[in-house]
Design a protein around this ligand. Structure first.
Ligand code: GAP
Length: 492
């Protein structure tokens, strides 16, 4: 049974995953807070992401950097000039709209990347009116999406909240390269906040004004873009791609990594496409048919990219939605920073003696969107069982198990339950609950994604066994307490 985004938002708030920020003052559009369960889910995603990508290479490292950056960073990166969204205003009620999204909603076609004049023409040709008051819309203009920040007394200095985490590794590149003994490839990963003054923030955390990104910038020798030491391992792996040529038929086609290379994509790029797909199908357990890698055309690509595929998941509440992207940024950023800062960015590849400005492959992920996807794909409305179930993979769920005494206030059972809880707690995420009936406790545990409920009853006192109930099947098994940790370990 599927659900709407509103139903998911209601569930997220009711259970303490995600809700509007500054709620007691009516909320603030585009800003969300994570409650205790949401925070745990988000951290679990970030931990998995970190382990998965940092283990790719022994010269990949994580850094943390300031969220407010020097104005010149964004002069060099091109964001001051190019990081704009198209905007159209109602001639009557003065409400602003993001023009491309408004048009896409009206004509059901992607129009990303068109210039303002083309968008204005589309509004006129299709007689698109203000959704609020049905009046005419004004010609499309562009608006820079960055948040300027006035710094110091009197605001004499200007900085910007970074619109992507990526610029931090770029401005840190030279120093880190030297600290890490001048080895290439080098990877700098960051998990952190990015800020964009979105015109129409919407759909819970899918489009916010402050959001978390997890990005890995791989600095490499451009003459090696057509190689990767592990390419052989993935060459027969079928990638679920929608190339530009597949769009008309609206088809995802499975093409091996080798086939994509034969069609002209660099091996270094395709290897990472495969690694990303494996993350989604294997670690996040996304059903294959709900995943695709969507190739952007020249108009749609971000201004800094040579190759650009979006990573998309078919959300129950929203259809195919971008979760991240694989971006071949070339030397766009380092060259820009070299020009503006006058700091030399070229390096020597010790293995070949070549001198060059490194190229960058960016693996970019929106953490909040991925968390949304985990909630969306695993949320099952209560129709069948009578209560909602969040069937999260065990690695992500806030609580893997729960311990219940069958009766409360009956000392031998309660203290046995406490003993069992103390054994598990610390090894697995676990909570203890003794309020209301066991049926209600099962329901509450299902709703927050708890995989196993462990009940201690009077028989436990005799046979040293507990009842373990599986969230997904609702089946119950008697397991010896001495075997419990082993059972929980093996059946994750
Ligand atoms: N450094 C490259 C970069 O920032 P992007 O496609 O603009 O690329 C990367 O953003 C990811 O960040 C997106 O794929 C998406 O998951 C997430 N993202 C972008 N804008 C967002 C927003 N307003 N709210 C939530 N997530 C967003």
């Amino acid at each position: 049974m599927t659900h709407t985004s509103q139903e998911l938002a209601t569930f997220c708030k009711k259970k303490g995953f995600i809700y509007r920020s500054s709620e007691i003052y009516g909320g603030l559009a585009g800003f969300y807070d994570y409650g205790h369960l949401g925070t745990s889910l988000k951290h679990n995603f970030q931990d998995l992401w970190r382990g998965y990508f940092l283990s790719l290479h022994d010269n990949f490292h994580e850094i943390e950097a300031s969220e407010i950056m020097h104005e010149k960073v964004f002069k060099a990166s091109g964001h001051l000039d190019n990081f704009v969204d198209p905007i159209t205003k109602c001639s009557e009620c003065q409400v602003n709209y993001r023009a491309d999204h408004l048009i896409e909603g009206a004509i059901n076609k992607r129009v990303e990347g068109l210039i303002p004049e083309q968008l204005t023409n589309l509004i006129e040709e299709n007689e698109i009116k203000c959704p609020n008051c049905k009046s005419d819309l004004m010609p499309v203009e562009v608006m820079n999406m960055m948040f300027p920040v006035q710094l110091g007394v009197g605001g004499t200095h200007k900085g910007y909240l970074r619109p992507e985490t990526a610029q931090s590794p770029f401005v840190n590149f030279k120093l880190q390269f030297e600290l890490l003994r001048k080895k290439i490839p080098m990877g700098l990963a960051m998990i952190g906040r990015a800020y964009r003054n979105e015109i129409s923030p919407r759909n819970l955390t899918l489009r916010q004004r402050a959001f978390t990104q997890a990005e890995l910038q791989i600095f490499f020798n451009p003459s090696k873009v057509n190689e990767h030491p592990d390419f052989e391992k993935v060459k027969d792996y079928p990638l679920r791609v929608m190339l530009q040529e597949d769009r008309e038929a609206n088809m995802v086609v499975e093409r091996t990594a080798q086939e994509l290379v034969d069609r002209g994509l660099p091996k270094f790029y395709v290897f990472h496409l495969a690694y990303i797909q494996k993350l989604y199908l294997t670690e996040l357990s996304v059903p294959k048919e709900k995943f695709r890698l969507y190739e952007l055309d020249d108009k749609e690509k971000a201004f800094y990219n040579k190759n650009h595929f979006d990573i998309e998941i078919d959300l129950n509440s929203h259809g195919f939605t971008e979760m991240g992207g694989l971006h071949y940024r070339t030397d766009h950023d380092l060259k820009g920073h070299q020009e503006v800062s006058k700091e030399k960015m070229d390096v020597v590849d010790e293995t070949t003696g070549e001198k060059f400005i490194p190229h960058v492959l960016e693996l970019s992920f929106g953490v909040d969107r991925n968390v949304y996807a985990l909630l969306d794909l695993n949320y099952h409305k209560g129709e069948q069982r009578g209560n909602d179930v969040l069937a999260l993979p065990s690695v992500f769920t806030p609580f893997y198990c729960a311990v219940f005494p069958l009766v409360k206030n009956k000392d031998p059972v309660v203290s046995k339950a406490r003993d069992v809880y103390n054994q598990i707690h610390g090894r697995f995420s676990c909570f203890y609950d003794q309020s209301s009936s066991v049926g209600k406790r099962y329901a509450r545990a299902d709703e927050i994604g708890t995989k196993y409920c462990i009940t201690i009853d009077f028989e436990t006192l005799e046979d040293e066994c507990v009842t373990v109930r599986d969230r997904d099947t609702t089946e119950q098994q008697r397991i010896k307490i001495v075997d419990l940790l082993d059972y929980l370990q093996k059946n994750q």
